[in-house]
Design a protein around this ligand. Structure first.
Ligand SMILES: Cc1ncc(C[n+]2csc(CCOP(=O)(O)OP(=O)(O)O)c2C)c(N)n1
Length: 543
């Protein structure tokens, strides 16, 4: 008979999970012991539970399987909360296993005790506290189902330390049959007719296509039907951004000119995206609640449809299945779409157009991004933290699959470094580039210790402006000249880079920028510190 801890590990292995990220704790020694000597599973020892959680999320996005992090009770679980929140908003299957106080001490205000069902109640898809070892198998089954189906997301399994060491008479929980709902043939016929008849169709594609085969299916579908598409927030790697059918992304605030064009669509096909506040530009696109154009919404999760916007056609199934069922159009559109594509393309080009900055307080980070973007290897994985330096990445880097963009949809600082570490572990042959600010770097940059230990050839580009500039920009806009709480002093970041075994380059001026492509092409770990201009992002005074 196995222990419940061994049952967890055996079930993860049975589901193809080959890596877990952890910070150890006395509350889950039984689970740690079950990982001992298991060649099928790589235990990555992290330095902070937020880092462990972010790594698990990035790993899930690349592997297509649930990401797993193991953390201790109380303090460890509290540190991991940001990852649960991120997995929820980013729609990523994530399993957080938390040690818990011994079962006999639960709800007795014990040392480091938290009621996880309350704590994670509104941010996890499901949270279980397993007080009976005999129910561990059932818990694992439901946890994996909940994390991976509908809108994927985080689940939390709290396991008391004595439950983890108890013997259980159960077989490992293997992969389950995928839950498949098929679209009604009549709905497919209607959607076909609408797509053929539309003069100005627009596809809004989103996270549910970030699955194995999703990108390929999307491209074939859009090209076959001659449909322009926008991607949901920070999902640029779903479709080639230089493609004539690419109409841009739904960002934090799209330019009014572009929104005016998008409003002219006569059919909006939302394909695997949730229409949330950013995707809908603050619930202004399309019109709430009855859109001005025909709205067809396809999403595997029925609860993601019709939440704010009334759909004329609601299809609750996998968008890949819908694209397959739609097949090819019977006839090419009746012309007229060229003008529509031109109008969308003109807006897209305007947004991506390079800008010139007349500043002398450092390097405009946009110039760095433009240079890296032009030289991006075709198989690169780019991770982006939250901050002003990230904005040009979304505007101007022409992502094209198989390139990947791992940026937190939730906008959590501290994501990019751990995500880059996880990406390099998962895809050792691919170049991994991390864009991070000096604020976000000092939140989770300690995870470079894992990169050092595993000898990962990461390329980190750190924007140093001694400021939480994203917030400073908004202060300058709303409270001109009254910035407070947004500037700071930095330690010697070059020393930090070197301490983690990176070759360090400091770029202090635009003249020195020219050497960047050569540095990025070098084989080992590279840490590039850019002295970034604040003036380049300073809000312009109203004319
Ligand atoms: C964990 C977390 N804390 C706070 C914020 C709010 N926030 C968003 S961007 C930002 C500043 C980022 O600073 P930095 O990394 O230095 O990049 P910069 O904006 O200066 O380019 C802050 C504080 C956040 N998004 N996430």
């Amino acid at each position: 008979m196995r222990t419940a801890g061994e049952l967890i590990v055996d079930s993860l292995v049975a589901n193809g999970i080959d890596r877990v990220f952890c910070v150890p704790g006395e509350s889950y020694l039984g689970l740690l012991d079950a990982l001992y000597g298991r060649a099928e599973i790589d235990t990555v020892v992290c330095r902070h539970e937020a880092g462990a959680g972010f790594m698990a999320i990035a790993d899930a996005r690349l592997s297509g399987r649930p990401g797993v992090a193991c953390v201790s009770r109380g303090p460890g679980a509290s540190n991991a909360a940001i990852a649960v929140h991120t997995a929820q908003q980013d729609e990523v299957p994530f399993i957080l296993v938390v040690g818990q106080v011994p079962a006999r001490n639960i709800r007795r205000d014990s040392f480091q005790e938290i009621d996880y069902r309350q704590m994670y109640g509104s941010i996890a898809k499901w949270c279980a506290e397993v007080t009976d070892p005999a129910r561990m198998a059932e818990t694992l089954l439901r946890a994996i189902q909940a994390a991976t189906t509908g809108t994927p997301g985080p689940v939390v399994i709290a396991a008391p330390e004595d439950v983890l060491t108890a013997r259980v008479d159960a077989e490992p929980v293997g992969p389950q049959a995928p839950i498949r709902a098929a679209a009604a043939p009549a709905d497919i016929a209607t959607l076909r007719a609408w797509l053929e008849a539309a003069a100005r169709p627009l596809v809004l594609c989103g996270r549910s296509l970030d699955r194995p085969g999703g990108r390929e299916a999307l491209r074939a579908f859009l090209e076959g039907w001659e449909l322009p598409a926008v991607v949901s927030f920070r999902s640029h790697d779903l479709f080639p951004n230089a493609h004539r059918l690419y109409a841009g992304d739904m960002g934090l605030a799209n330019p009014p000119g572009q929104m005016a064009v998008l409003r002219r669509a006569d059919l909006l096909l939302v394909l695997g995206a949730r229409i949330t506040d950013i995707t809908s530009q603050g619930y202004t696109y399309p019109d709430l609640v009855r859109p001005q154009m025909k709205l067809a919404h396809v999403h595997p999760d029925p609860s993601a449809i019709g939440t704010h916007f009334a759909a004329d056609l609601a299809i609750a199934c996998d968008p890949q299945d819908v694209m397959a069922a739609l097949g090819a159009p019977a006839r090419q559109p009746d012309g007229g779409r060229e003008k529509w594509l031109d109008a969308l393309g003109a807006e897209r080009r305007r947004i991506a157009a390079p800008r010139r900055f007349e500043v002398d307080d450092g390097v405009p980070f946009e110039d760095v991004v433009a240079l890296v973007g032009r030289n991006l290897p075709p198989d690169a994985i780019v991770t982006v933290d939250a901050g002003t330096f990230g904005a040009p990445v979304y505007r101007i880097v022409p992502f094209a699959p198989p390139q990947r963009l791992l940026a937190p949809i939730v906008g959590a600082m501290g994501f990019a470094v751990p995500a880059a570490v996880a990406a390099a572990l998962r895809e050792p042959a691919r170049p991994v580039i991390c864009f991070v600010g000096d604020g976000g770097f000092l939140m989770t940059g300690n995870e470079l210790a894992v990169a050092m230990e595993r000898k990962l050839p990461l390329k980190v580009i750190l924007s140093e402006n001694r400021s939480y500039a994203s917030i400073w920009v908004q202060q300058e806009r709303d409270y001109p000249g009254r910035s407070v709480g947004t500037s700071f002093a930095n330690p010697d970041l070059a020393l930090i880079g070197r301490a983690f075994g990176f070759a360090v380059t400091r770029i202090a001026s635009r003249q020195e920028l020219g050497e960047l492509p050569a540095i990025m092409a070098k084989p080992g770990p590279q840490f590039v510190i850019v002295e970034t201009s604040l003036d380049a992002v300073r809000p312009k005074a109203e004319a």
